[in-house]
Design a protein around this ligand. Structure first.
Ligand code: GLA
Length: 401
């Protein structure tokens, strides 16, 4: 009797566990580790800026979509909120507070909601006297300059996992000094927080932001992206040449994704997502996941392309060709294979050949070419022949047979 009951329990227990999880996310033990691979997640800025639709209900809805759309399973973890979350005034003790209209339950409650879903929560501030978005003329949302210790302690008490630290209203105080002050305050807060420096490349942060004492996890290399092909292209070109400054835990950040926002074609969004992945860039979704169209979602969920971004070797792809509007980028991968992207920036379709030697492959060897968008494979000497539409890309994983 007891044996059969025990057997029944052994069979039933895993199912009971699954039912309990899907009915109620319950208290999930918060994972406080900082990833050494490029951060993946969401940030509301590109889709909402500071419009009223950006509020507590929206961000909770986004966290729910991470799970129902399979984004958490695909590796997306951070749900980050951008500028305009704060009340325009600090409280009587000088502490930051949430805007009570946008986030009536407060930031800690939002972080809890996100953690309960096995996700992480990111917040925004600026290394200046106020953030970038003016509330009214001459008045903005409070920034962190001179308040670093207190603000970092507040973020820790709210269980923040990630800080995007912007550059507006910096009073011309030296950037290294400002970003060091917050780095030290974050470390002193006792809570591990991913540190995303948003300095727009003004003072070449790739030369200093990844090293102590700043030791940031990523740093913006360019101005803000816009949802237009020309903007994406310009940013790609600025970021792709910085490959030697990226390493595990320290990434160049060419800004957040625009995939799904409607200003580019699907071909262009595919190129955008592929280029960011081969550059080992942060993959921060910038579209409203509650209304995303299937084609855009399919791009964001391409696990073979994500695997290139997240490859554990942790190398940013290097440009092997930049001639006549054709770019060839090569990223070595941990298993000895390599990812190769061939991108046509021009406004006309092009037939492109890439010789095996151009991408560092051995002569007379045989290779498997896995097409990461078509999900098919061929065998050959490693050379690539591609017909690329205007603004189009092909991406392969090439391994020795
Ligand atoms: C700057 C940043 C953007 C965004 C806005 C918010 O422009 O670069 O990514 O955070 O500020 O105001």
């Amino acid at each position: 009797m007891s044996r059969s009951l025990g057997g029944l329990l052994r069979i039933a227990a895993p199912f009971a566990f699954v039912v309990a999880i899907s009915a109620n996310p319950g208290p999930v033990r918060a994972d406080q580790t900082i990833p050494t691979l490029p951060q993946m997640g969401f940030n509301n800025w590109n889709s909402t800026h500071c419009r009223d639709e950006y509020n507590e209900a929206m961000i909770r809805g986004i966290a729910d979509k991470f799970i129902s759309l399979g984004l958490r399973d695909a590796g997306y973890r951070y749900v980050n909120i951008d500028d305009c979350w704060a009340n325009w005034q600090r409280d009587k003790d000088g502490q930051l507070q949430a805007n009570p209209k946008r986030f009536p339950s407060g930031i800690k409650a939002l972080a809890d909601y996100i953690h309960q879903r096995g996700l992480k929560f990111g917040l925004y501030s600026s290394a200046g006297t106020s953030t970038c978005e003016p509330l009214q003329e001459n008045r903005g949302f409070p920034g962190g300059l001179g308040h670093e210790k207190q603000d970092a302690a507040t973020f820790a008490s709210w269980h923040v996992d990630y800080l995007k630290y912007d550059n507006c209203n910096n009073q011309k105080v030296d950037a290294h000094q400002r970003y060091t002050a917050m780095a030290e305050a974050l470390r002193a807060s006792g809570r591990p927080m991913f540190y995303s420096v948003c300095e727009w490349g003004e003072n070449k942060p790739w030369l200093w932001a990844g090293k102590p004492p700043v030791d940031a996890n990523s740093w913006r290399t360019t101005d803000d992206i816009r949802d237009e092909y020309a903007s994406m292209l310009k940013i790609f070109k600025q970021n792709v040449v910085l490959d030697r400054y990226a390493s595990p835990g320290h990434w160049n950040d060419p800004d957040m994704l625009e995939v799904g926002n409607g200003g580019m074609t699907d071909i262009e969004y595919r190129s955008h997502f592929s280029l960011w992945s081969i550059m080992a860039a942060p993959l921060l979704i910038g579209t409203d996941l509650r209304t995303i169209k299937p084609d855009a979602l399919q791009i964001l969920l391409n696990k073979e392309v994500i695997a290139v971004d997240q490859d554990p070797l942790g190398v940013q792809g290097k440009q092997a060709r930049d001639t006549d509007g054709i770019h060839v980028i090569v990223k070595p991968l941990k298993d000895g294979s390599q990812a190769v992207a061939v991108f046509n920036e021009t406004d006309a379709a092009r037939d492109v050949s890439v010789d095996a030697s151009e991408i560092g492959l051995k002569k007379a060897a045989r290779y498997r070419l896995r097409d990461l968008w078509e999900h098919t494979q061929t065998e050959g000497d490693g050379s690539i022949k591609a017909h690329l539409p205007a603004h189009g890309i092909v991406m392969y994983r090439i391994s020795r047979l």
